[in-house]
Design a protein around this ligand. Structure first.
Ligand code: ZN
Length: 185
């Protein structure tokens, strides 16, 4: 459960810590605003992907399904700074598919937590394997990390790409190639 009072106290301390005056005009409502915003940014803490992924449809086809360019916004757990970008998800149905909006919702739920990009990529892939029982899943996340670009560790605009492969995608490099070809379309 998100404890907004704790967040408020922490933000006030943070402001003091950087040498600010939490009571001054521009800052006096900031702890409260941040607490409410965190309720939204971290709403994934209290959401479960088994809800959207329960809404499956039966299909005969076992042609690859690809949903690309799903936007996401997450928070890096090492620096509490945003990282954001796009998710591309492919899977090979074995009797079950899920609505495209449910894939986006799955990404959103995992993004609305403290994350590291690699783990989030794997979580999305594992959730699809579990709930759709497909022949295989491949997930690619590309993201810009503010903890890197704002500090000048890397150039602004540089992206981190992470990949998770499961099932047939793991066993068959040709399928991975097919996925990347489809991404370039
Ligand atoms: Zn970071």
């Amino acid at each position: 459960m998100i404890d907004q009072e704790k967040i408020k106290e922490a933000v006030k301390l943070l402001l003091e810590g950087i040498g600010e005056e939490p009571e001054r005009e521009g800052l006096k409502d900031t702890p409260d605003r941040v607490a409410r915003m965190y309720g939204e940014i971290f709403a994934g803490m209290e959401a479960d992907v088994s809800v959207p992924l329960a809404k499956v449809f039966s299909v005969e086809s076992s042609e690859m399904v690809l949903e690309r360019d799903i936007p996401f916004y997450s928070m890096c757990e090492h620096h509490l700074m945003p990282f954001y970008g796009k998710a591309h998800i492919a899977y090979i149905p074995e009797g079950k598919v899920v609505g495209l909006s449910k894939l986006a919702r799955t990404v959103e739920i995992y993004a609305a937590r403290l994350q590291i990009q690699e783990r989030m990529t794997g979580q999305i892939a594992d959730a699809l394997m579990k709930h759709l029982a497909p022949g295989g899943v491949m997930v690619v996340l590309e993201a810009e990390h503010m903890c890197m670009t704002m500090r000048g560790v890397k150039k602004p605009g540089s992206r981190t790409v992470s990949i998770a492969v499961r099932g047939a995608f793991e066993e068959n490099p040709m399928l991975q190639e097919h996925f990347f070809r489809m991404l370039r379309l």
